[in-house]
Design a protein around this ligand. Structure first.
Ligand SMILES: [Zn+2]
Ligand SMILES: [Zn+2]
Length: 353
């Protein structure tokens, strides 16, 4: 699995460079402190051994830079930004940190690891356009740290320094650390959502944590003609002059729609993520928030009701916030959403190219 077409709603919504073999002694020591997250959780549960320490942040001479497209609208420009500076700008733009400093600090460290892992794994995503990452929800939102309030900037800078160079790995460099706002109770496998092979850490599973939050289920009513016109705006969802029905043709183990059948003058079967993307393009990402939905016919057209927000693969930020608030560590939260992956400091070889 490489470049899943992630929807552009990652509010609070990811290719793997190979590790180098040359490591100085200090890095060797760091690698010895690698955490096997799942293993650690199991050890903690059995009390059979003390947990491994959190990996030590890497030394401050590592200066990998990313080419990031900044600016919006008709005035985009590309800036070379040191990785850790990039992480500082992305953390508060992608994770609501809340008023409790202890919880906010934990969430900032979690998001710093996610942002760094995502950025390293996604370098070159916009290579054909001459840069690595855009600064919108397509990649990760990036807002320069200079635009943050003093309190946020201080908290985030500390979290980024505490986790400097630490990434989530599954043995072949940074993982594809997909995350989304709210899974609605069960994350999905990347294969079910986008097709193609997916690594074990993106296989999906139940998430009771986000369900303890006040739910913000969504609903969207569309007239038959409005939906027909939206569908006709894209060639692969075109139904023609008449739209008769919209049917969820298949759901995955999480209950998410994976395929939708559109019956009209023409009949189409499309991936649910594609159906959602076409609607989101016309109506905005908040209007059609997830593929965890049901559809019913109404006298005027169609009623869509759903749970969650985002594609539902990888880490659920609402669930992570609940866990951080109830005392779970960053390692425990990551182990829950990326089973079988672990934390390590990225190899110096990644900084030398
Ligand atoms: Zn992008
Ligand atoms: Zn969740």
């Amino acid at each position: 699995m490489r470049t899943h077409g992630r929807p552009s709603d990652k509010r609070v919504v990811m290719t793997s460079p190979n590790s180098g073999a040359r490591l100085p002694a200090t890095s060797l020591l760091r690698l010895l402190s690698v955490l096997l997250l799942a293993g650690m959780a199991a050890r903690c549960a059995s009390h059979s051994a003390p947990p491994h320490p959190f990996p030590r942040p890497s030394s401050p001479d590592q200066t990998l830079t990313l080419r990031v497209e900044v600016g919006t609208g008709h005035n985009p420009r590309v800036r070379s930004i040191p990785l850790e500076e990039y992480v500082r700008g992305s953390v508060p733009a992608e994770m609501p940190l809340g008023p409790d400093d202890a919880v906010a600090g934990r969430l900032a460290r979690l998001q710093a690891i996610l942002a760094r892992t995502y950025a390293l794994a996604s370098r070159g995503r916009h290579q054909h356009e001459g840069f690595d990452l855009c600064s919108s929800t397509h990649c990760q939102v990036y807002v320069p740290a200079a635009n943050q309030t003093t309190a946020v900037a201080r908290l985030v800078a500390a979290a980024v320094a505490d986790t400097r160079g630490i990434i989530i790995s599954s043995g072949n460099g940074p993982i594809e650390a997909l995350f989304h706002a709210d899974c609605g109770g069960h994350t999905s496998s990347a294969t079910a959502v986008w097709g193609g092979p997916a690594p074990e850490y993106l296989s999906g599973g139940p998430d009771s944590f986000c369900l303890t939050e006040k739910r913000d289920d969504w609903r969207l009513d569309l007239t038959r003609d409005h939906l027909r016109r939206i569908l006709n705006s894209a060639t692969d969802t075109t139904v023609g002059r008449r739209l008769d029905s919209v049917v969820v043709a298949h759901r995955d183990a999480a209950g998410r729609a994976t395929h939708v059948e559109l019956r009209g003058t023409e009949r189409r079967r499309v991936r649910a993520v594609r159906f959602r993307a076409v609607l989101a393009q016309q109506l905005g990402a908040r209007a059609f928030r997830s593929t965890l939905f049901r559809v019913a016919a109404t006298p005027a057209g169609f009623e869509f009701t759903g749970q969650g927000f985002g594609h539902g693969v990888g880490l659920c930020q609402t669930g992570a916030i609940v866990q951080a608030r109830t005392g779970s560590t960053v390692e425990q939260i990551l182990a829950h959403y990326y089973p079988g992956a672990w934390l390590e400091t990225y190899p110096p070889s990644l900084t030398n190219d």
